[in-house]
Design a protein around this ligand. Sequence first.
Ligand code: ADP
Ligand code: MG
Length: 688
Amino acid sequence: MTELLKEIFGRAKMEDRAYLMEHESKAVLESLGISTTGGNLARSEEEAVDAAKSIGGSVVLKVMSPQVVHKSDAGGVALDLPGPEEVRGAYRKMMEAFAEKEIVGVAVQEMASPGTEAIVGVARDPTFGSILMFGLGGIFVEILQDVSLRSIPITEDDADSMIRGIKGRALLEGYRGRSADIPALKRLLLQISDLVVEHPEISEMDLNPVFLYPDGYKVVDARIILGDPPEEAEAGPAKVQDLRELFYPKSIAVIGASGTRGKLGWNVFSNLISHDFKGELYPINPKAESILGVKAYPRIGAVGKPIDVAVILVQASMTPEVVRECCDCGVKYVIVESAGFAEMGEEGRKIEEEMKAITDSRGVRLLGPNCSGIINTHCSMVQSIGIVDALSKGNIGLISQAGVCAAGMLWGLRHIMDFGIVATIGNKLDINETDMLEAVSADENVEVVCMYLESVKGGRRFIDAARRITREKPIIALKSGRTEAGKRAVASHTASMAGDDLVYSAVFSQAGVIRARDYEHMFNLARAVSKQPFPEKEGVFIITYAGSLGVISADAVIDEGMRLAELEEPLKERLLDLLPEYVGGTNPVDYTFSMDAETVKRTIEIGVESEDVGSFIVILQAEILGSYVEPLGKVDYRGKPIMVCVAGKEFAMDEVIRMENAGIPVYQTPEQCADAISVMYRHRRSSR
Ligand code: ADP
Ligand code: MG
């Protein structure tokens, strides 16, 4: 820490002041080479006049007081004072107005020429630590909440996307003769990020306003708020979690397995049996000789053979004792599927603590409690609390905080989506979403990861892990609890803006995680990403049997920031040979109900050859959908994705399922097709 910062921070501490006054904050910034309007402290009228003289031109006077936070509201800012007389007048008025307050002096600073007003700030998020904010000043921030956020530290790319990420970015690029020096602004964002990394005691900051100019910028007002450095969040060990044996155990004990249909212990055990898990199974139940034909044991200690995983279904109050016994038997992973823990209140939380102390001290990893175990189709293992029908082996990983969300949805989804590992994490007492993300994405069978989250425990580690993973394997996240706004006591403007949900959106985009709006959206995207390649080009080629649906598709493509592909002349001619005479236009290609599978196949093959086509939307009739499955499944798409749209697809489910199983996703609306294509295109571009 430089001497200057030490002195300024030290003085605030000594005076028991949580925030630095403007002149102090600016001194900190100036010491880093950040350009401000200054703010030399004058302690008398004469000093103020002298300071104004040496600055030259019009000046600004501001009252500096540890008791005045919002200076202009209190009448503590006098702008545009052209000469000594005005400076004297303003000085006297201020002294009078603040006679009752403790004043350290009056800051005299240059009057900055008008520029585009921006705000740069820092706030602290309970999950992700320090957050950097950028937005345009005035109504843009106050009313439109047009700001972008990123978790600190930021990279150059983050700074770029923060600036590009605001809706008012056009104002920075040049509007009515004004523009902003983007490289200088980027540097400022990076410098503030570095400052906070080096001084974690900075808890909040408002640079409000910053005037942006075509050449450089000026920080006009600054406020820094100090706090205790944040405690290291529950980040857990930083190494990649190897949970392989949790996904591929050789033996599983089910404690609380039951032979009585309808009991959860029956569900779990029968799922393991009916899906034909190949490893050893040990049902533990003191009242049964055998369960579903498998020899039962009164307690886990009686098994006497190595056990990789123990699934625990006993009531919450008994779990610590059972967990201890599992540890004594050398179990590697315990999965507590029982409920009745922290989610129920204080008593449950205490039981959790007790369990965690036991597993931690024994080096055993714990999944749950309040979860629904793991499904791994690649080793025919289903530990779900709900009965799950036959599953196909697939490439989708699903990590879900809620058990029901995972297994409960598989009943229907399994027809059109193939999962690899489905991991429920429940209360995340030990293994959290970030551990699970690292482990699931490391599995060779998983190519895309869906996450249902209600919270993130991994904090900054989640961002770093997701950013690394998503380059190889896309992550699609659904985060609920959006409305539970951050109702925290905050001192800075920035902190009042950086609500939970905005922070989550920012963090997801920083990490390259695709944020889904709802369940349907998440699984719609997962179907596209798991079955189709990513588009390399913006151009979309639309084939339809009805003009209206073609127009709707074209609108949707444009709305999503993509565009209609333009075929090369020779391809256009080949296409016109295929088209009936009365049909016009070559994209969308409209066959006006005269369409058949062979024609569509040949049309697609023409599109495949075009340099400008990156993807296809093909709109098919529900009533003859079945006739398309085989021909479309056979096209060589050469890495270009295809999305099929069938209005009323819910009434042609058998054919939809066949099409999905041929690897082509079927959507209800053109908008869903266009959304999937554009999400994939943008993801591919940003993860390069
Ligand atoms: P507050 O504590 O109320 O936020 P500011 O220092 O931000 O006080 O001043 C209020 C407004 O006055 C600013 O938003 C800006 O528009 C204007 N202002 C303040 N200082 C200057 C300056 N040095 N040059 C030009 N305008 C200024
Ligand atoms: Mg201000």
